[in-house]
Structures are given as C-alpha cells and as structure tokens.
Ligand binder design. Structure first.
Ligand code: ATP
Length: 450
C-alpha cells in the first residue's frame, strides 16, 4: 500500500499540492493547490456537479445549483446550533509537553491510561480536563471590531442553502422532492489538523440537500446512499477500499436523525470521506423559528402544508482528491518503458479515471534538435490545447518523458516523429496498457476519448 509520504512527495514534486506559506515556514497546516492540483480539483467538482444537476435520472425531482456567501448573518449560526449546542470538540492539553489533542482521537484503552486517567500519547504526561472548543472561525464585518460586527466564516456550506430554500423553490417553480447543490469553501478551527490534506482548517465542500416529504425521507436516504456509492465506483475507486458505517446516536452530528459515513481506506486507516445525513426538519424549523419566516411547502394536490425533511450528502473536495490519489498510485516492478536506465527500476503510474486525470494528453517531439519536428509538435499542441488539458514536453529521452507523464496520470502520450512530417500521423501511447498506435492527427481527440 502507498504511504502518506509517497503521496506528499508526489504532490510536491509534480505540482499538485504545496505547503501553505512555505517560504515563511508554513502556516497552520494549510496547503495550496498547484497547477495539477487545480486541474484535478476542478475535474472532481465538475464530475460531482454534472452527476447532481445533469446525470441524475430521477423519476421525480430536479437538482439545481446555488453559490451562497461564505460570510452570512451570525443569526444563521445561532439558529443552526453551531454557536450553541453541537459544533464543538473536546480539547485536552498535556500538562508536561503542552501538546493539544482532540478528546475523541485519544486511545481510551486501559494501557493508554495512568493514575490520572488518559495520558499524553506523546510523552505519557498528565492531561488537563476536557474543555469544549468551538470550531467556528470568528471575524468582523465593517470597520468596528466589536460584538455587533462579529460574524463567522461558514463551517459548512449547507446553511446557505436552507436560508435560500424559499428563494430557490419559488424562482425555479420547484415541486417537492427537489435538491439544491452547492460547492464552496468551509472553515473550521480544527484542534489537530493532520494527515496531509485530510483535515485542514480551510477546505471545500460539495453538498446536496434533498427536500422531501417527511414520510419519504427514509426511502430517499437509501436512494442517495446508493447513488453516492455508485459515483465513487464509476470514478474507479476500488471496491475493497470503500465502505459505509452506520453512525450510532451518540456519535452523530447534532442535527442528524440518521447518519451514514462513507469511509475510504487511507494509508493511516479507514476514515470518513462523505457523510449522508437525514437532517429531518431540524434546519428549516429552526430557521423558521429564529427568522419568523414560514419555511413551508404547500402540496397543491393534497392541500397539505408541511416543513420538508432534508437528506444531505456532504463531501470534502480535498479529502476525496486525496483518496483518488491514494487509490490510483500504482507501483510497477521492472521497466515499463524501454530505456536502459529504467530496467529493474520500480516505475510509478497514477491510474486516475479519465475524467479526473489533470492532464489528458502530452505532446512529445521525438527529439528536440530537429526544428521541423519541434514545429510540427507545437502545432499539434496548439491544436489540442483549447480543447483538452495537455502538456508539451521536449526535454530528456522519450522514455523518461513517458515516465514523467505516467507519474501524473496523463492518459495519452503523443509522439511526433519523422513519419509525422510525411503522412500527418503520430504515435499514441496509452498510460495503462502502454499500447502504441499510429493515428491520424485529425483523429486524435477521438482516440484520447475525452
Ligand atoms: P470529521 O469527523 O472527519 O471531523 P465531520 O463528520 O465533522 O468530519 P461533516 O461535518 O459531516 O464532517 O462534513 C462533511 C465532509 O466535509 C466530511 O466528510 C469531509 O469530507 C469534509 N470535511 C469536514 N471537515 C473537514 C476538514 N477539517 N478538512 C477537510 N475536509 C473536511
């Protein structure tokens, strides 16, 4: 199995992900996405958005998009329970080394305890009593920094959906059931950001809220669970690396009547990548109560008025990007490419799904010291570039260039040689099968298949 360090090293080396504020020594365990990371992130977001708003072949119901603000009225967070009840972790500190830990991450088995209860996992020191720590990031709106100007960076994107429920339903003339999908940044002042991009303080969520009749909520919960699992399978996540966990009452989010976590088998263990929640009428009822605005649905056929129940699917972009990278990371013993240096070496291929691969094609002139080959290769690059993400590379042996492209998951390598000048054909090489084909330049897009 791939190690977390292999993934971190690949991401840094190949321009997927860099440590935040690196020249200043880093910042808050944050990360910046480099050129390939951005491409891949955008591919994930596009795949999710298409899945939700275009590909769902629902017997009833539509899913539409929304892009609400990161900064919203602080009243929203009062109503949602984030300022009060639920949105806090228990924090303990080691009295000796002063490291802080999330209470629910500590090992509570007898061997991990001393006379004073749980002990510090790093130095065995005594721990302080757990303190509640709210995860919301505070900020001020306007020039005066006081209580009345305080608000919060949203810790989840879905509240923007709930407070726009009426706006969206009325303007789009939607009938229940329907969904609202949103992608955007969320912020949590995590006590222990860790495991690379798995837990960070700033991340992107892709959330879909499905508004339905209360009596149908359980059925829709099952439906969305299946749909989400199918989505991961379609994008190539290995079946053995994915599972679902029914979350018991005491561990559920404060708003959830039922919760299933979709987990991925990361190098550091099984961890949640997506939550599916039956939020009941928790959110719309609370916003209705706090805002004084009725957030009901009138069923015209039956004349019945009710607060819709909500099934939520909620996933972090960076977390699944990380899962897709781990899943695709493949080491192959012995040479795949026929260069003398490569013999007996282990080679690495990133077997990402075609939709997710950051670069779809690489354009490679066989040699760089023949101007006519370079000119032709650049023409082909210019031809493809507006239509699909591609790279031009002329440095190093052709074998070495193939290996560089394999490492970043490029689907097809296109080599331009002397025959190209005569008959307008090129050699394509498939990342996974390594099969080479002679292809007409005009047929390239079809052959690449994206
Ligand atoms: P965890 O238990 O790991 O803290 P959570 O149960 O609080 O996660 P949710 O509130 O259900 O997470 O958020 C939905 C999704 O958002 C998660 O499944 C995850 O993919 C993503 N997510 C949540 N917190 C973070 C974070 N700090 N960094 C990156 N992604 C996150």
């Amino acid at each position: 199995m791939v190690s977390i360090n292999q993934i971190i090293s690949l991401c840094k080396r190949r321009g997927f992900i860099f440590p935040s504020s690196e020249i200043y020594g880093g910042f808050g365990s944050g990360y910046d996405f480099g050129p390939l990371g951005v491409e891949m992130k955008n591919n994930i977001k596009r795949a999710w958005c298409d899945e939700m708003t275009k590909k769902q072949n629902l017997p009833v119901g539509e899913i539409v998009g929304l892009d609400a603000g990161i900064l919203m009225s602080p009243k929203i967070w009062q109503a949602s329970g984030h300022l009060t009840a639920g949105f806090a972790d228990e924090l303990v500190e080691c009295k000796k080394c002063h490291k802080r830990f999330k209470m629910d991450e500590l090992d509570s088995s007898p061997t991990a305890q001393n006379d004073n209860g749980l002990k510090c996992p790093d130095c065995d020191g005594e721990l302080t009593k757990p303190k509640k720590f709210n995860l919301m990031m505070k900020t001020f709106v306007g020039p005066v920094e006081d209580e009345s100007s305080t608000t919060y960076l949203r810790p989840e994107t879905c509240q923007g959906i709930y407070v726009n429920f009426l706006n969206v339903m009325e303007t789009m003339r939607l009938k229940i059931p329907f969904g609202i999908a949103q992608i955007g940044k969320a912020f949590r002042n995590e006590i222990t950001p860790k495991d690379f991009i798995f837990r960070t303080r700033e991340f992107e969520q892709m959330e879909m809220q499905w508004f339905c009749e209360p009596s149908k909520a359980n059925e829709w919960f099952e439906y969305w669970k299946e749909q989400r699992l199918n989505w991961y399978a379609d994008l190539g996540l290995k079946k053995e690396n994915i599972r679902t966990i029914e979350v018991p009452k005491q561990d559920r989010a404060h708003y959830a009547q039922r919760q299933i976590d979709i987990e991925y088998k990361f190098p550091f263990g099984w961890k949640e990548i997506e939550g599916i929640h039956n939020r009941g009428d928790y959110d719309l009822s609370n916003h209705s109560k706090h805002s004084g605005k009725e957030l009901n649905y009138l069923d015209e056929q039956s004349g019945k008025k009710y607060i819709p129940h909500i099934i939520e699917t909620s996933v972090g972009v960076e977390r699944i990007l990380f899962a897709f990278l781990c899943d695709a990371y493949t080491e192959i013993k012995g040479a795949r490419t026929k260069t003398t240096q490569a013999v007996k070496e282990t080679e690495m291929v990133l077997k990402l799904d075609k939709q997710l691969a950051p670069i779809k094609a690489a354009v490679l002139p066989l040699v760089k010291n023949k101007p006519e080959l370079v000119k032709k290769a650049k023409q082909i690059y210019q031809l493809l570039k507006p239509r699909l993400a591609c790279q031009y590379d002329e440095t190093g042996s052709i074998g070495r260039r193939y290996r560089r492209q394999d490492e970043i998951g490029t689907i097809t390598a296109i080599t331009i040689d002397f025959d190209t000048l005569k008959d307008n054909t090129v050699t394509t090489r498939d990342r996974d099968t390594m099969k080479q084909k002679r292809v007409k330049i005009n047929d390239l897009r079809e052959v690449i298949g994206v």
